[in-house]
Design a protein around this ligand. Structure first.
Ligand code: ACO
Length: 364
């Protein structure tokens, strides 16, 4: 009998990138509560190179990333075609990630260029789906401001950029989560970066992982628009053996530290965007889930409302998660390539044994 289904609690390798030991999230030694206050580019540098950049390094790193937030013309031409397809944006992103790995000179792409292209491609998918023109980068802005600009078409305020930077940092890495482990399995075969990222996007897409944020907002909308009693809604879902999206976590049984910070950001953003009704609803649902099942909100719960406040469609929420997590995926792919070996676990066979194949009369 295998006791640890889903590899729960199984240590599969070592990492210097992040840790969730004792339910405390740290990035290269820094507690998430502190490092969430840094700039996004600082955290990318930290996760990739394992130390914080000096001021001059940071300025150069930021400018290099921003300059690279440009897609080849052939990618844009194909994106204009595929992003209009009716499929879910995460399916579009899956194809796009693979597409990014097929253009000329792509074998020379290193993590800074790959991250920059992923952010620009995700923003482009959103713009194309909204029938809006693609935006160009503003070289005087940082990565987060440019990402927001290219998604929404508006230069963000300093405060919004700071809040969104924190959101991106909180999603940047999370040890051996399902999509990161998927990326590492692919990287362990020494395949290329884009192949590893495509595999990671596929794993993130599922509702038990990154796909939960979209479903959180779907729940809020359903309750609000149909004027359903929220507690009755939850009871009906649970009676039907459906999980309540945005609650529970494999590691954080006493609460997700990221959700605590995200809750504060959501509380501030709903004030300026007139979305208090959704926030109140979220508090009511969270109180019930805690009181009744001792379940806490996870990273996807308040993020859903934050993305809504920014003006994004719920179908695009998981793509934003992918944009942020590309940082961590790349860190882990690099680590796996440098320090890991082929990942090839074993299983306990529980199927039938002792069978013999006999050719049937008339078979050739
Ligand atoms: N709603 C209702 N019940 C839940 C929920 C939930 N969201 N989460 C856990 N439970 C219950 C389970 O039914 C189970 O009850 P049981 O022991 O009576 O069978 C118990 O709590 C333990 O839950 P498991 O699913 O076994 O815990 P596990 O660690 O395997 O799963 C997971 C964690 C997958 C995140 C789960 O909590 C879940 O499905 N949550 C909803 C989806 C979600 O929000 N996913 C995003 C996670 S964060 C991320 O990936 C970025």
């Amino acid at each position: 009998m295998v006791k640890n289904h889903g590899l729960a609690g199984i240590v599969v390798d070592e990492t210097k990138i992040s840790s969730t030991k004792n339910a405390h999230l740290i990035y290269v030694g820094y507690p998430i509560e502190e490092i969430a206050q840094a700039s996004f580019e600082e955290v990318v540098f930290l996760l990739w190179y394992k130390h914080l950049p000096k001021q001059t390094e940071l300025v150069a790193f930021r400018q290099d990333l921003v300059n690279k937030m440009v897609l080849p013309a052939e990618t844009i031409r194909l994106l204009l075609y595929i992003a209009k397809e009716p499929q879910h944006p995460m399916s579009i992103l899956r194809t796009t990630t693979s597409l990014l790995g097929t253009t000329n000179d792509v074998e020379h792409d290193e993590p800074p260029k790959i991250l920059a292209k992923m952010l620009t491609a995700i923003a482009a998918i959103i713009r194309i789906r909204d029938n809006e023109p693609l935006m160009e980068i503003d070289p005087d802005l940082g990565v987060v401001e440019n990402f927001l600009l290219m998604m929404t078409g508006k230069k963000p305020s300093k405060r919004l950029a700071k809040m969104f930077s924190t959101v991106m940092i909180l999603h940047a890495d999370h040890e051996f989560n399902a999509s990161t482990f998927t990326a590492r399995v692919a990287a362990s075969t020494l395949t290329d970066y884009y192949s590893c990222l495509t595999a990671a996007v596929c794993a993130l897409k599922g509702p038990l992982h990154g796909g939960a944020n979209e479903r959180v907002f779907e729940m809020l909308e359903t309750i609000q628009q149909q004027q359903i009693d929220p507690l009755k809604y939850l009871q009906d879902q649970l009676k039907a053996k459906r999980k309540i999206m945005g609650f529970g976590h494999r590691i954080y049984k006493d609460g997700d530290p990221r959700a605590r910070i995200l809750k504060q950001i959501a509380a501030e953003l709903v004030q300026t965007t007139d979305n208090q009704v959704y926030y109140q609803l979220q508090i009511k649902i969270a109180d019930y889930m805690f009181a009744r099942f001792n379940l806490h909100p996870n990273v996807d719960y308040y993020t859903a409302l934050i993305y809504h406040c920014i003006g994004l469609e719920k179908e695009t929420f998981t793509m934003i998660f992918a944009a942020c997590r590309t940082v961590g995926w790349l860190a882990h792919i690099m680590e796996q390539r440098q320090e890991g070996s082929l990942i090839r676990p074993s299983s306990v066979y529980i199927g039938p044994t002792g069978r013999h194949y006999l050719r049937r009369v008339g078979d050739h």
